[in-house]
Design a protein around this ligand. Structure first.
Ligand code: F6R
Length: 242
């Protein structure tokens, strides 16, 4: 693992954007693995700006998102498909047909998971996978106790994750407890992995991922096995590292 510690969230976003820009400049037809959540928003804004100013293009790129709520259609405002359209895809020159998010409305979620894996393989595999990290060390929706070689599948969310994500739902609104997520094995297959984390509430998870044992209790610790994993964090998220 390469650990990059920067001053603040703005520097983390700019550093992450540089990694993605370099990837796209080197290989225009890159396969990008993307994430939702609060952390990548500033990075996406930076990529949108660079795309508008002609510094980089997504015209030939393909994307695969990590995860989606099971039970929400892509048009639902809380779906990750909607999030990606709003936060990135609608503002860049990507062909929307080349963007993939697991189908939250799949009639047969098990087949849909196999299908998602097959599409990634057919695209040549993910060149660079963006990740955030949950307070409990989850990556994608691979909650603690997830198999370290797991593939895309249906996962139950933990109480902690449901509570953390409740901020995005209106009071009384249906909030799914199930997801479709790339597995840890799927994530490890990406040629490069970039995990971003900012803020003090991520410090314990970062410490466990970097300095703790390789364990399913901290799914992100599996990145210790990856030969090109870059962890980009701010001073607060790094505050518990020894
Ligand atoms: C999102 C995802 C999650 C988030 C994690 C951190 O697609 O897979 O693992 O990366 O929950 O979320 P934020 O960035 O909101 O703290």
């Amino acid at each position: 693992m390469q650990i990059v510690i920067l001053n603040d969230a703005a520097e983390v976003a700019a550093y992450g954007a540089d990694i993605f820009s370099t990837q796209l400049q080197r290989k225009a037809e890159s396969v990008l693995g993307l994430a939702t959540g609060s952390t990548p928003v500033a990075l996406y804004q930076e990529l949108i700006r660079r795309n508008r100013e002609g510094e980089l293009s997504f015209k030939d790129a393909t994307t695969f998102n990590l995860d989606e709520y099971l039970g929400l259609e892509g048009s639902h405002p809380q779906s990750y498909r909607h999030f990606m359209n709003e936060q990135l895809f609608n503002h860049i020159d990507i062909d929307i047909d080349n963007t993939h998010v697991p189908p939250g409305d799949a009639k047969n979620p098990i087949t849909a998971c196999q299908d998602y894996e097959a599409r990634m393989a057919a695209a040549g595999g993910v060149d660079i996978q963006l990740l955030g990290i949950g307070r409990n060390g989850h990556i994608g929706f691979n909650e603690p106790s997830s198999g370290l070689t797991s593939r895309t599948r249906v996962k139950t969310l933990t109480k902690e994750t449901i509570e953390d994500n409740a901020r995005f739902f209106e009071e009384g609104e249906y909030q799914p407890h199930l997801s479709i997520t790339m597995g840890i094995g799927t994530i490890l297959d990406a040629k490069k992995v970039v995990l971003l984390a900012t803020g003090e509430n991520k410090a314990d998870a970062i410490q466990a991922m970097v300095e703790g044992p390789l364990t399913a209790s901290c799914p992100a610790s599996a990145l210790q096995l990856h030969k090109d994993a870059v962890i980009v964090i701010d001073l607060l998220a790094a505050s518990k590292l020894k």
